[in-house]
Design a protein. Structure first.
Length: 336
């Protein structure tokens, strides 16, 4: 089994945070999104993972590449890096990793997290994971026949098709078949929305009679913008807390402060006259003084004082002093 992870875009909807750090590397509950995604998929597949291929932008840098290779090696896999330096769509991104597109594989986009427990349908050519949603018109959805097989993908339907939204995780019994179809998409310049799309390759597979079935996840957590990323951080903290995972570093320096779980608090954090939680992540080296923080995500080495924060997202090495309540500031920002 292989895992293919397209993650080239920095993500304009998460600016200013993505100006200095790629979106998939923003930490949720103390661990980068892509780390959690790959570990969760490997856990639910319950199979040996031969290779994890990451498709990134070359500007991510060598340290990011080394960190991604380390993720793969931690899971006993080979890590491979491919580059997509032009944002030409999901189909194009996958084809940037064409040398790894053979055999059984899961393709997963690195701006989503899941909680799931599933078995792969060994009789299907592909599984597309979906989640029931309240507003299907805002998503790509699947259309099923009476045999519970996927017969159509519909992007943001104006009229009701189904309420099962595609979450961006796919299994292919032989991903080389998808590769061949996407090569035809590229060769014939089949473009939708100005980009080469994975759906066009999938539709060609369906037209040839290949069997696609849905897989459902218990939880689907988006990380597409600031508000949903903060919400995902809160939900993930709740799951990890209920799982009994220890989330607060033993070396936290606390003076006249209260931690209300669930919270993730990293190494070398200093709390003075602070109330932190619930649903707060504080990365390594953060200092919180004379402040109350809840439902918020703070990355590393940031200093917060005289603040009352709720639904806040703060980057690395930021300094914040004030009484704003709902904010989104990126790395190295200073508000005084």
């Amino acid at each position: 089994m292989k895992i293919i992870v397209p993650m080239a875009g920095r993500g304009s909807r998460l600016r200013p945070h993505t100006l200095t750090i790629p979106k998939p590397l923003i930490p949720v509950a103390g661990k980068p999104i892509v780390h959690r995604l790959v570990e969760d998929i490997a856990g639910v597949l319950n199979q040996d993972i031969e290779e994890i291929a990451f498709i990134i932008h070359e500007s991510f840098g060598k340290q990011v590449e080394a960190d991604l290779i380390a993720i793969a090696e931690k899971l006993g896999s080979k890590g491979t890096i491919y580059y997509q330096n032009e944002a030409l769509g999901t189909g194009h991104a996958i084809m940037c990793a064409k040398d790894s597109l053979s055999g059984p594989a899961v393709i997963a986009y690195a701006d989503t997290l899941i909680r799931a427990d599933f078995d792969l349908d060994q009789n299907a050519d592909s599984v597309i994971w979906v989640k029931q949603v309240d507003q299907p018109e805002a998503f790509g959805v699947i259309n099923l026949n009476e045999a519970n097989e996927i017969v159509e993908l519909v992007e943001k339907p104006k009229e009701f098709v189904s309420d099962l939204a595609v979450i961006g995780i796919y299994y292919f019994k032989d991903v080389a078949v998808l590769k061949n179809e996407l090569q035809l998409v590229l060769d014939n310049n089949i473009i939708h929305g100005g980009e080469y799309q994975i759906n066009d390759g999938i539709k060609q597979m369906m037209a040839k009679g290949m069997k696609f079935v849905p897989g459902e996840v218990a939880e689907w957590m988006d990380c597409g913008n600031k508000d949903v990323t903060v919400e995902t951080n809160s939900r993930m903290l709740g799951f990890l807390h209920n799982d009994g995972e220890h989330l607060v570093d033993y070396g936290v320096k606390s003076e006249n402060s209260t931690i209300i779980p669930p919270c993730y608090i990293g190494e070398d954090v200093v709390l003075i006259n602070a109330t932190v939680g619930p649903n707060v992540s504080l990365g390594k080296g953060c200092h919180v003084i004379n402040s109350t923080i809840k439902n918020s995500l703070v990355q590393t080495h940031s200093h917060i004082k005289n603040a009352s924060l709720d639904n806040a997202m703060i980057g690395n090495h930021a300094s914040f002093d004030g009484n704003f309540t709902s904010i989104s500031i990126g790395d190295y920002s200073v508000l005084e």
